[in-house]
Design a protein around this ligand. Structure first.
Ligand SMILES: Cc1cc2nc3c(=O)[nH]c(=O)nc-3n(C[C@H](O)[C@H](O)[C@H](O)COP(=O)(O)OP(=O)(O)OC[C@H]3O[C@@H](n4cnc5c(N)ncnc54)[C@H](O)[C@@H]3O)c2cc1C
Length: 377
């Protein structure tokens, strides 16, 4: 029996993968329900491939919006790179889907049998011994399991207990995200846009017919909070030299639909498992959002973990899982960290833009192919 802790993107996808391969499990989630407040997320072809394998791709597509063109531009909309996603469609069968995080979770959760998820049940700690694991929940109840899958996110209580030396890194950047029903015109219906200014970034993508999502990233000290009464004015001032679309979006977003998070990741750890415990998704390898791959990597984890469990004795399965996943995940974590630094160059921004503009398409394609493919290492 497996217990999965955390019904986020990784935990729910793992439940569906275990369901498909007849691996016995129960999923526990701290939150009482799916949080409706949230922002947009991109699902790249590698994530969509897993959803196709699970038989839920059509439901995901219906709940989200296809991104057929991805543009990186300057703050005044001068193109740096512009890639139509036809090649991706041809090669992988689909491009990228932008979707509201809550909608994604809803689709995943509704496909998990209700008697296999317990909501409002947060894990407090666990004791691992030779025969099994005893779990203690925040409400004081306990249960036993053979194996424990930690899908409890970047602040994982399980990882903190297993590897207390693990460290969260602050990237030096903070991010506001908003969702609005304001429409910025048909040209952007299926186009993901990211604009780079001087030490700032702004991204836009439509999530559905009546929802557009944006993010705004700036350099900042960590742990700052907003005075929400003047937040919009503050953001409008920070993005004053950006194209008018940016200002229209900020101005037309309900203040309650704007979230702020410092951009952090997990300093790579060497091992993701013990005898009976295995970390998955952000719990084991949280990455900065610069490549839009954190969720996709959690989804890939679910695919490979379920396959290796179905093929191996469990003890070997966790070791094999790390062997299969570690190289790709590490390369994404490192590349994403670097991308964040480059995107926020202040002095030298024009050189950065020139380098980006002249980057050969073959180089970008090679990188994308590595990320979008689901092969074992
Ligand atoms: C600004 C931003 C933008 C992003 N954009 C993208 C993107 O476009 N594409 C992409 O692929 N990724 C993106 N990501 C990354 C993505 O959000 C994460 O990588 C992904 O959510 C990780 O999934 P997870 O299931 O591992 O963790 P989470 O989604 O964090 O889920 C963890 C779950 O565990 C639960 N939990 C926590 N503690 C306990 C406990 N003690 N007991 C029980 N349950 C518990 C939580 O309530 C939560 O439901 C972005 C991240 C950020 C911050």
């Amino acid at each position: 029996m497996y217990v999965i802790i955390g019904a986020g993107i990784g935990g729910l996808t793992t439940a569906l993968a275990f369901e498909k391969l007849n691996i016995p499990y129960h999923l526990y989630e701290k939150a009482a329900t799916i949080n409706a407040i949230g922002a947009g997320i991109w699902l790249a072809p590698n994530a969509l491939k897993v959803f196709e394998w699970l038989g839920i791709l059509d439901q995901i597509k219906l709940a989200g919006n296809s991104i057929d063109r991805i543009t990186i531009a300057t703050s005044t909309l001068k193109t740096l790179t512009d890639s139509k996603q036809d090649d991706a469609k041809e090669q992988y069968g689909y491009s990228t889907v932008a979707i509201h995080r809550a909608e994604l979770q809803k689709v995943l959760a509704k496909n998990v049998p209700t008697d296999k998820i317990s909501w409002g049940k947060g894990l407090s700690s666990y004791v691992e011994n030779k025969e099994n694991i005893t779990l203690t929940f925040l409400d004081g109840t306990t249960t036993k399991t053979d194996y424990l899958i930690a899908a409890d996110g970047i602040n994982s209580v399980i990882r903190k207990q297993l590897f207390p030396e693990s460290e969260i890194r602050y990237s030096g950047q903070t991010c506001w995200r908003g969702v609005t029903s304001f429409s910025i015109g048909e040209e952007f219906n299926h186009r993901g846009l990211e604009m780079w200014g001087k030490e700032t970034r702004f991204g836009i993508s439509r999530l559905s017919k009546d929802k557009t999502s944006w993010f705004a990233v700036v350099k900042s000290k960590p742990f700052l909070t907003d005075n929400r009464e003047i937040l919009k004015e503050d953001l409008l001032a920070r993005y004053a030299d950006y194209t008018s679309i940016v200002k229209d979006l900020i101005a037309n977003t309900d203040i309650n639909a704007i979230l702020r998070n410092d951009i952090i990741d997990l300093k790579p750890i060497k091992k993701w498992y013990s005898n009976r415990v295995c970390l998955l998704g952000d719990a084991g390898h949280a990455t900065t959002p610069n490549m839009g791959q954190g969720g996709a990597q959690a989804i890939e984890d679910a695919y490979f973990l379920s396959k290796v469990i179905a093929e191996n004795t469990t003890k070997d399965a966790f070791k094999e899982f790390q062997k299969v996943r570690y190289k790709k995940v590490s390369s994404i974590v490192n590349q994403s960290w670097l991308t964040g630094k480059v995107a926020h160059i202040g002095f030298g921004a024009s050189i950065r833009n020139m380098v980006f503009k002249s980057m050969p398409k073959s180089m970008i394609d090679k990188k994308m192919h590595y990320i979008y493919t689901l092969d074992k290492e």
